[in-house]
Ligand binder design. Structure first.
Ligand code: GRF
Length: 210
């Protein structure tokens, strides 16, 4: 059973450009997500998301894996920051480190991710490209809980996207991102409002996500 999450401090983890970070921030500002965006954690000093967060006056933290001799030490430092900021939900948005047992244990069922394909198909770092090259007629977006296996946790929400003959990788990517920016905030708010029940691999939602 997913643990209840009340008025929550959220931490977003991101390594790249941060369009999902922006979408989440904007949904919070509009009151569509009832939470505080308390922290942005990145592992990549070049990530554009860092600049976006600073501009929005969100606290940022750069924690680089290479600065630690072990993954456990790396994650312990992250966990300390999460606890200090009283984070209740961790939202991965293009975070390129795979989370290990330390953090998964500390935040059991309180870490979610968004993936730009219909899981369990096209796992990994290039979901949009891999699905497009494979020639699928339908791809989409998945929001899921994070567990010890990459892109394999219980699925919270999915939305499909039809791929047309005239589509390019770029046009598909743009439409995928558009879906992400709507689906992720909705899924986050459902989770925060406790409008779901986790039973084994299955997540039951009360009402649909539209
Ligand atoms: C998104 O496509 C997300 O699905 C994947 O990483 C990408 C992050 O994009 N996990 P952005 O940094 O939020 O723009």
């Amino acid at each position: 059973m997913a643990k209840a999450i009340g008025k929550t401090n959220i931490a977003v983890f991101a390594s790249g450009r941060g369009s999902n970070f922006n979408a989440i921030l904007s949904a919070i500002k509009k009151g569509k997500i009832k939470a505080n965006l308390a922290l942005l954690i990145s592992d990549n000093p070049q990530a554009r998301v860092l600049e976006k967060a600073r501009r929005a006056k969100i606290k940022t933290l750069l924690v680089k894996r290479g600065d630690f001799s072990s993954k456990n030490d790396f994650e312990r430092v992250i966990i300390e920051h999460l606890k200090a900021a009283k984070i209740g939900l961790v939202v991965l948005a293009g975070y390129m480190c795979i989370l290990g047992p330390e953090i998964l244990r500390a935040y059991k069922n309180r870490i979610i991710n968004i993936h730009p394909a219909l899981l369990p198909a096209f796992k990994g770092a290039h979901g949009i490209r891999d699905a497009f090259r494979y020639g699928v007629k339908i791809s989409g977006v998945t929001v899921h809980f994070v567990n010890e296996e990459m892109d394999a946790g219980p699925i919270i929400a999915q939305e499909a996207l039809k791929i047309n003959e005239g589509d390019s990788l770029g046009s598909v990517a743009a439409r995928i991102h558009k879906i992400e920016h709507k689906l992720y905030p909705k899924a986050i708010q459902r989770l925060l409002a406790r409008r779901l029940r986790l039973s084994g691999r299955k997540v039951f939602l009360k009402g649909d996500l539209t």
